[in-house]
Write a new protein. Structure first.
Length: 302
């Protein structure tokens, strides 16, 4: 079984992202596993896992946009901003109509400032916000700038408790719970997140994800390797530089080489037999500067 690459996993509700990683380490027999973007325990959906040396690509692969299907429950506010929390306020959403919700969505499309939820894993003063919140401390999370590229109303169910089903495309770090709370405040009746499914994380699609049961079955059948994607798969939008054996060796030693490729801040670098070597920067004039070297000399094809 390949010891590195990416696995598109379907996280079930009820597990933390850390729980999923711990489970995968046992199932796959690989200690070095990470994930690209935390999902709350109650949320489900795409949770890409990085295996082995692929974990070193986190800073490059985790920056892709995310897509979600979310239910917003109007007329209800909770301390966690989702349906898992304690109710702190109720309101009447009976006068809310679909066209008003659609209009509200335009206010939260584009660059948006969000306040990090009190119940989150963000650290302040060396402690997690959720630890402080559960200890009864007054917690105000830091503000952050995010971008919501698309915010579409899929369905609206009116009533004293009104429900809106949304499709969302946004930048990494966006809290959909905070978006739900902001929408409720703008509507004047309060709101919280009902449920959340991540449908895409960069190139990783929900329809291609693997359930825990499927992964366990493939491990038992020794076919899990067919589900592990190449190490550079999430970075397919980056330009590619192909090196011959001599230049590939120089790249692995951290030496600047030359290529006929055009300038690029980041480029995928491949050696003989299309072996992915790492990432480089192509400077004007064709100089290729190593930025992240993933292979060793003895891994080059003979």
């Amino acid at each position: 079984m390949p010891a590195e690459g990416f696995l598109n996993l379907l996280k079930p509700p009820g597990m933390t992202s850390h729980d999923v990683v711990a489970w995968a380490r046992v199932q796959l027999g690989i200690k070095r596993i990470g994930h690209l973007g935390t999902l709350d325990p109650a949320a489900a959906g795409v949770l890409p896992l990085s295996l082995g040396r692929a974990t070193r690509l986190f800073d490059y692969a985790a920056g892709a946009d995310k897509a979600y299907r979310a239910e917003i429950a109007f007329g209800l506010q909770t301390d966690t901003l989702d349906a898992e929390g304690a109710v702190i306020s109720t309101g009447d959403a009976g006068g809310l109509i679909a066209s008003e919700v659609s209009a509200l969505l335009t206010l939260f499309t584009g660059p948006v400032e969000q306040t990090t939820p009190a119940f989150s894993a963000v650290s302040v003063g060396g402690r997690r916000l959720h630890e402080l919140a559960r200890a009864g401390a007054e917690v105000t999370g830091p503000k952050r700038q995010v971008t919501i590229t698309s915010l579409e109303l899929v369905e609206f169910i009116p009533g004293h408790r009104a429900y809106a089903l949304l499709d969302i495309v946004c930048s990494p770090g966006t809290y959909i719970r905070a978006l739900a709370d902001d929408l409720g405040r703008a509507a004047g009746c309060g709101a919280c997140l009902g449920f959340l499914v991540r449908t895409r994380a960069g190139r990783f699609q929900l329809g291609d994800s693997n359930t825990l049961e499927e992964i366990a079955e493939r491990v038992a059948a020794d076919t899990i390797g067919q589900s592990i994607l190449p190490t550079d798969w999430p970075l397919a939008d980056l330009p590619e530089v192909a090196l011959n054996a001599r230049d590939a060796l120089a790249f692995l030693h951290g030496t600047v080489t030359h290529t006929t490729s055009g300038p690029a801040e980041r480029a995928r670098v491949h050696g003989p037999s299309a072996l992915f070597l790492g990432l480089g920067e192509v400077l004007p004039g064709g100089a290729l500067r190593p930025r992240l070297v993933l292979r060793s000399e003895d891994e080059l094809p003979v």
